[in-house]
Design a protein around this ligand. Structure first.
Ligand code: NAI
Length: 257
């Protein structure tokens, strides 16, 4: 029997990397976690690890399936937090990535987030202090060569977050995003092409670092954008202080082939 005071979070992309680390973090802190992912086998393994946590296979591009998943998890009850984490990355020269792959990036990273946010809204509205946390990225600061569509998808996440942060205030729902540079997860480590910017910036963050940031965003008022990692915080600060041409120069330097 789950105590009535137990808080609940739905996490997309929960089977791997940042979603998985976040699921563990919230579970350890006594939250009821709902695990969603296309990878059902990995999801079932994680659910077993987390004392039989609730899980459901889901492709976030399927709007009706998103609605079914939310109502299976929350029923007529409240959902305290939604973590929109599912995402994919393809790195390579723009023309080396097929039109279909470019579209898939936008479908999952953007439309998937829209689908889940719409699906979760009724249950979020029933919570006392609901929050939506979106996975944006450092690549939403300035377009990143070799990650063009991915970077564009994270600009879209940034825009959606900013708009809903204002729009859903009237509903009492906080909407924020997290913006890390590269994180050690299968997304980056198992990529078949490593963009020059990956080795120049390095992959210094762990999934647990991002989980801790998501935890903070769920627990207290945080700004609309939440950068993670010292180097990116510095680049973001310089982007504010210096003329915009300097960020372009930095990106040109970091991305040279
Ligand atoms: P990951 O590849 O380890 O995990 C992503 C998860 O999303 C996988 O379990 C995958 O099965 C799931 N997924 C993919 N397509 C899906 C779909 N259609 N429906 C449901 N689930 C789906 O990647 P990672 O690194 O944990 O990424 C998580 C999020 O963090 C993504 O949105 C990513 O863009 C973002 N991010 C990652 C960074 C990194 O360097 N790893 C940096 C900044 C942001």
């Amino acid at each position: 029997m789950i105590p009535a005071t137990t808080k609940s979070i739905l996490i997309t992309g929960a089977a791997s990397g940042i979603g998985l680390a976040t699921a563990r973090h919230f579970h350890q802190h006594g939250w009821r976690v709902g695990l969603l992912d296309v990878n059902e086998t990995a999801l079932a393994g994680l659910a077993r690890d987390l004392d039989g946590a609730w899980f459901h296979p889901l492709d976030v591009t399927d709007a009706e399936a998103c609605a079914r998943a939310v109502s299976a998890f929350s029923g007529d009850g409240a959902l305290d937090a939604l973590f929109n984490c599912a995402g994919i990355l393809r790195m390579g020269r723009f023309e080396a990535i097929s039109a279909e792959q470019h579209k898939r990036i936008i479908d999952i990273n953007v439309t998937g987030l829209v689908n889940m946010s719409l699906a979760a809204l009724p249950a979020l509205r029933r919570a006392d202090a609901p929050v939506v946390i979106n996975m944006s990225s450092a690549s939403a600061l300035y377009g990143v060569p070799h990650l063009a569509s991915y970077s564009a998808s994270k600009f879209a996440v940034r825009g959606l977050t900013e708009a809903l942060n204002i729009e859903w205030k009237r509903l009492g729902i906080r909407v924020v995003d997290v913006m890390p540079p590269f994180v050690k997860t299968p997304m980056v480590e198992e990529a078949d092409y490593q963009a020059p910017v990956v080795s120049r910036l390095g992959v210094k963050l762990k999934a647990e670092d991002i989980a801790a940031k998501v935890w903070e965003a769920a627990a207290r008022e945080v700004p609309v954008h939440n950068p993670v990692g010292g180097v990116f915080k510095m680049i973001k600060l310089l982007d504010k202080l210096l003329p915009s041409a300097s960020t372009r120069l930095t990106m040109t330097f970091l991305s040279r082939e």
